[in-house]
Design a protein around this ligand. Structure first.
Ligand code: 5RP
Length: 214
């Protein structure tokens, strides 16, 4: 099965977790786009959505789903999002689409976090995909030096400004055997907004486009 077919299969499979009257957390990316397409067919059944990016908010509004302020909804029952890498413990690397901070906020609000991926995203150890780190612009060089001291090779994603007005460093050369510790430690670097590791709050369910789930 090709990657695009798998993305569609994973996105459509996540619809089974949507219940009547829900406010659904919606992530960002090409896999989520398939989820939004599937959500369009049942839009009357849900009360609205909260979204992890301006891009997804636009798509949701286009299909007539109200996009709500996360501050106004409290906990959300369901959050559906893609990932760049996923390990067997459902820990994730996210942020390839630069939406990592808002994604982490929705994951924190969610009772159930359903992650939708194609099979090539599933790895034994995270780190082959460069780890995105959102930084306050004036701290970019400082954060880059701190990351180099810790053994990573940061590359500034030039031209990319996040929805929060910040910048992204993509960190190459990592083999993340202890994602919980790395997430904690790197989040402590002054100037880091969010590390794109979802280990303290991993996915609850991963739906793979080849039919596997774990
Ligand atoms: C955006 C993300 C996406 O979930 C991740 O990049 C996967 O994207 P795609 O479904 O397009 O492969 O974390 O910040």
């Amino acid at each position: 099965m090709d990657i695009e077919t798998q993305k569609r299969a994973a996105g459509e499979a996540a619809i089974e977790f949507v219940e009547d009257g829900m406010i659904v957390g919606v992530g960002t990316g090409s896999t989520v786009k398939h989820f939004i397409d599937a959500l369009a067919k049942i839009r009357q059944r849900i009360d609205g959505a909260v979204s992890s990016s301006e891009q997804s908010s636009t798509l949701l509004r286009e299909i007539g789903i109200p996009v709500l302020d996360p501050n106004a909804v409290g906990q959300i029952p369901l959050y559906v999002d893609g990932a760049d890498e996923c390990d067997p413990h459902r820990c994730l690397i996210k942020g390839g689409g630069a939406a990592l901070t808002r994604e982490k906020i929705l994951a924190a609000l969610a009772k159930k976090f359903v992650c939708i991926v194609d099979a090539h995203k599933c790895v034994d150890v995270l780190g082959k995909f460069p780890l995105p780190v959102e930084v306050i612009p004036m701290a970019r060089s400082h954060v880059a030096r701190e990351i180099e001291r810790r053994g990573g090779t940061p590359v500034w994603r030039q031209g990319c400004v996040t929805d929060n007005g910040n910048w992204i460093l993509d960190v190459h050369g990592l083999r993340i055997v202890d994602p919980v510790t790395l997430e904690s430690e790197w989040n402590q670097i002054t100037g880091v907004v969010t590390v794109g590791l979802f280990a303290h709050r991993p996915a609850d369910v991963v739906l793979v486009g080849d039919g596997r789930r774990f």
